[in-house]
Design a protein around this ligand. Structure first.
Ligand code: ADP
Ligand code: MG
Length: 347
């Protein structure tokens, strides 16, 4: 940093995605086997018949998690899952992870053990090996960075930029529940701050809380699609809300899309909670984050093959780019989708 009186540009001018574009736009690739660099859920490196899939995510205390209501074991589990989700989004199988942590003095050995209990549990559940990492002290709290390495045959890999007109848009599971879980935890935290004798009222909300605190990655869906012999034409995982992710697919594939409100899967528990908060459940599904479901497109000829899968929901189709990315509401209105997800750096 220099002292010169030169006007520095605020990061908030660009936002998170703008900043990533800015710092990565001039990257030069030196190796022929780097077949995908920045710009997808994970990078792809080709080694003969097999490709390695590499992705990394950073979780920072106070930004991505709040330890007032996040059990450390769940945090460790989730830190692994969010990375594996990006590997599955490439239609690949995760095999190894590395774990790096920075810890401040407020943490005891027991706390670190709890985080690793969660990490180890996720490794066991998803059959991945923890192969290394790094450990540092921190002045300000806890940070966890995990890198996941997966494997796939080159022809199996799915990207964000390969959706084509008339493909069917599908999502898995249901959307908006993790966001409503977060709203509930935040509300109870605020009450707790003013009355420390207060017992948080979390009973009966297990589903949305679990979706927020201990999400799962859709390993099962990737396996189902293989069994059904369906290779998505494009795929991404939903970490920033449906709107933001579908726009990534549309922008990278130079296409538009039309999705239908009445087709978007929202769980009853999510609807109930949204009603209590006076939030439109559709907003939670479109703009809430951390669902870790998969969003993908399939060729229309494959639609028949997935029709009996209760966890896969066709929600619309891909259109010409000139029609834009739109949502058709229940009243028949056409609304342009907007990325409002977790763009924390943008004002
Ligand atoms: P996701 O939400 O799937 O984890 P991100 O939005 O975090 O993806 O990242 C988008 C793309 O930008 C990815 O290919 C990622 O590897 C890349 N990326 C993000 N931050 C950086 C960075 N600081 N330097 C280089 N590449 C980055
Ligand atoms: Mg992703």
């Amino acid at each position: 940093m220099s002292d010169k009186k030169q006007k520095l540009r605020e990061i908030s001018e660009l936002g998170e995605f703008g900043l990533i574009d800015h710092i990565t736009k001039d990257i030069k690739i030196n190796h022929k086997n780097t077949i995908k660099g920045v710009g997808d859920d994970a990078a792809v490196i080709e080694y003969g018949d097999i490709c390695a899939i590499v992705t990394t995510d950073l979780l920072i205390e106070g930004i991505h998690f709040n330890l007032i209501y996040t059990p450390l074991k769940h945090l460790g589990y989730k830190a692994v899952v969010v990375n594996l989700s990006d590997v599955y989004a490439m239609n690949a199988t995760p095999k190894q992870i590395t774990v790096s942590i920075a810890i401040s003095r407020k943490f005891a050995i027991d706390h670190v053990e709890q985080i690793y209990e969660g990490i180890n549990l996720a490794c066991e559940h998803y059959k991945v090996d923890l192969i290394g990492g790094d450990t540092s002290s921190s002045l300000t709290g806890l940070a966890i960075s995990i890198t996941a390495i997966g494997e796939a045959k080159k022809e199996e890999i799915t990207y964000r930029n390969t959706a084509k007109k008339n493909d069917v848009v599908c999502v898995t599971g249901n959307l908006g529940s993790a966001y409503m879980g977060l709203q509930l935890l935040e509300r109870e935290k605020e009450i707790f701050k003013t009355d420390t004798n207060f017992k948080p009222g979390l009973e009966g909300y297990d589903y949305i809380l679990q979706r927020q605190l201990k999400p799962e990655a859709r390993k099962d869906v990737v396996e189902i699609l293989k069994e059904l012999n369906v290779k998505p034409t494009s795929m991404i995982d939903i970490s920033d809300g449906l709107s933001s992710e579908i726009l990534h697919i549309c922008n990278k594939s130079d296409v538009g899309c039309k999705i239908f409100q009445d087709k978007i899967p929202i769980d009853l528990n999510t609807e109930k909670m949204a009603e209590e908060f006076n939030i439109d459940p559709l907003t939670a599904a479109l703009n809430g984050g951390e669902d870790y479901e998969l969003l993908f497109t399939i060729d229309i000829n494959d639609l028949e093959k997935i029709k009996d899968q209760s966890t896969i929901h066709p929600i619309g189709h891909i259109t010409d780019q000139k029609h834009g990315a739109v949502l058709i509401t229940n009243s028949g209105q056409s609304i342009a989708l907007q990325a409002q997800g977790w763009n924390q750096m943008k004002k």
